[in-house]
Design a protein. Structure first.
Length: 194
C-alpha cells in the first residue's frame, strides 16, 4: 500500500541526516508484519538471491539492464565512486563505524548503514543516484510493520526524463509485483516448519 510522504518524513530516521538533497520518490507499507526482533529476517529475505521479480515486472527489469548496458548508463565510471561519491562519506561517525548491513545479491545496491530499525542501500548510474530505505515501524500494538522509502537525485535532464518515463511502469507493474512477491515470501517464511 502506498503511504503518504509523512509516513517517512515525520519519523526520526537517520537517513534524513544523509539525504537532504534527495527527493522522496515513494513510500510504501510492505506486506510484512512481525515482532520487534524480526527486522533481520526481513533484511535477509529482501537481500537474498531468490529475491527477483517474476512475470512482466521481471522482464521490464531485464530490459532496463540491457538498455543500460547498450546506452552506457550503468558503466562503472557512471556509478558510485565514479560519477558520484558514495553516501558513506556523509555518514556520521556512529553509523560509519557500525555495520552496513547485508548487500542485495540480485540488485545493484550497496549497503550504507544498519541500525536496529533502519537499513539503507544506495545505487547510482548515469540517470540517478538512488537510495532504498527499509524501516521497521512499531504498529502501536506491540508488533511491527515494514516500510520502504525510495529517495532519488536525478542526474540532469536525462535523469528527470528517465524518472518520468518509468513512473507508469513503477506504479502499474513493478510495485504491485514487488509487494506480492515480498508478501508471499514473508508468509511462506512464517508458515515454514522451524
Amino acid at each position: 500500500m502506498k503511504l503518504p510522504a509523512s509516513a517517512h518524513t515525520d519519523r526520526p530516521w537517520r537517513i534524513h541526516e544523509i539525504t537532504p538533497d534527495f527527493r522522496l520518490e515513494d513510500v510504501w507499507a510492505l506486506p510484512v508484519t512481525g515482532g520487534p526482533d524480526d527486522f533481520p529476517k526481513l533484511l535477509e529475505q529482501m537481500t537474498s538471491s531468490e529475491n527477483h521479480l517474476p512475470g512482466v515486472a521481471g522482464v521490464l527489469f531485464a530490459i532496463r539492464w540491457r538498455l543500460g548496458r547498450l546506452l552506457g548508463w550503468d558503466k562503472e565510471d557512471s556509478g558510485l565512486d565514479g560519477r558520484v561519491p558514495s553516501l558513506r562519506e556523509r555518514l556520521p561517525d556512529d553509523l560509519r563505524g557500525g555495520p552496513a548491513g547485508p548487500a542485495p545479491r540480485s540488485l545493484p545496491f550497496r549497503p550504507l548503514y544498519l541500525t536496529g530499525d533502519e537499513w539503507a542501500a544506495e545505487m547510482a548510474n548515469r540517470t540517478v543516484h538512488g537510495v532504498m530505505h527499509i524501516a521497521w515501524v512499531p504498529d502501536g500494538s506491540g508488533g511491527h510493520r515494514a516500510h520502504m522509502a525510495v529517495l532519488v537525485k536525478p542526474n540532469g535532464l536525462l535523469g528527470k526524463a528517465y524518472m518520468a518515463a518509468i513512473l507508469p511502469f513503477r506504479y502499474t507493474l513493478v510495485y504491485p509485483t514487488l509487494m506480492r512477491t515480498i508478501g508471499r515470501a514473508w508468509k511462506a517464511r512464517e508458515t515454514a516448519p522451524a
